[in-house]
Write a protein that binds this ligand. Sequence first.
Ligand code: SF4
Length: 377
Amino acid sequence: MDHPAPRHAYVHVPFCRHRCGYCDFALVAGRDDLLDRYLAALDRELMRLAAPLVFDTLYLGGGTPSHLGAAGLGRLWGLFADRLVPAAGAEVTLEANPCDVTAELVAAAADQGVTRVSLGAQSLDATTLRVLDRDHAPDDVRRAVGLLRSAGLAVNVDLMTAAPGQSLAAVVADLDAVAALDCQHVSVYCLTWEKGTAFESQRRRGTLAPVDEGLERAMFEAAIDALTAAGFAHYEVSNFARPGHRCRHNEAYWDCRPWEAFGPSAARLLGNTRTTNHRSPTTWMNRVLAGADATGDVEAMTAEEAARERIVVGLRRRDGLGRAAFREASGFELDALAGGPIARWVAAGLATDDGSWVRLTRAGLLVSDSLWGDVLG
Ligand code: SF4
């Protein structure tokens, strides 16, 4: 092993009740009959670990891990047993659909060591939720937050902007409603129109239309203003946290620390190699259970490619990128790889550079996705 042992793990749970129109994640909807097969395959994949993985962070994403219910979570943790082992003070995140959050589920999650729950709320407005094809109501979110907080769990709320037909006023109302919840973390994402989704085919037929780019940007700025005014620190392009509540799991990704990942479409990073499991849940299950290779993609990066990727994830963070830390972690000088683009961004008001740290400005954050090509080449 030419890299430190991973201290972070991701498990993909590919089950949902129904597929939301905008979603292209790796999952099966309405196929709970596959649960036994999934758990058997996960059990088999966990055997890849030569030794127990002692984790600082574990993230259960999907799909909708909460769809497993209290009994399913118990079975899942039964598989982790002595293979995924929490270090003292470990952060364990469970993604949940607000509808699934019952007192029984919350008790089971807390019992298994879950410390934070990420709620796929998306909006607290009934019309927006209907447009987004979600199966929960605003009150389900409020009720879920109450149950989770009374069990002492930290709560992240995922919020979506730029839903078809959504106005800036509706986004501002959503932000106010989220700020009034007792949540510790908010992730704000702009709707993206992915190939193969129901939304994308409706867009092509002309029955759904994206909001225009200027409005999309105004929505993002409104999110920054409202959430920072409500006491959340904006610490990464899409993420906001109350003090002490940053998502440590995502911070490990952004530090390019090694991590393990299990389940369909799950991607692990060990050294400079990113290995992604087959995307299709059924193909992944069939291959794993047949003892065949369930790899979908292997990206073996050179040290320089990995360093360039480190620049991008570093600059997405509001703390920015420190030259000394970058040199130490990557073995490269930041300016040798990105000195030209950084100077251009500073001149254009998109970044600041004090000689030690480079940070994107708000103007830079708003167009960040268009900057990375200059670094990745
Ligand atoms: S609940 Fe989440 S993961 Fe499931 S289909 Fe909807 S958006 Fe996708």
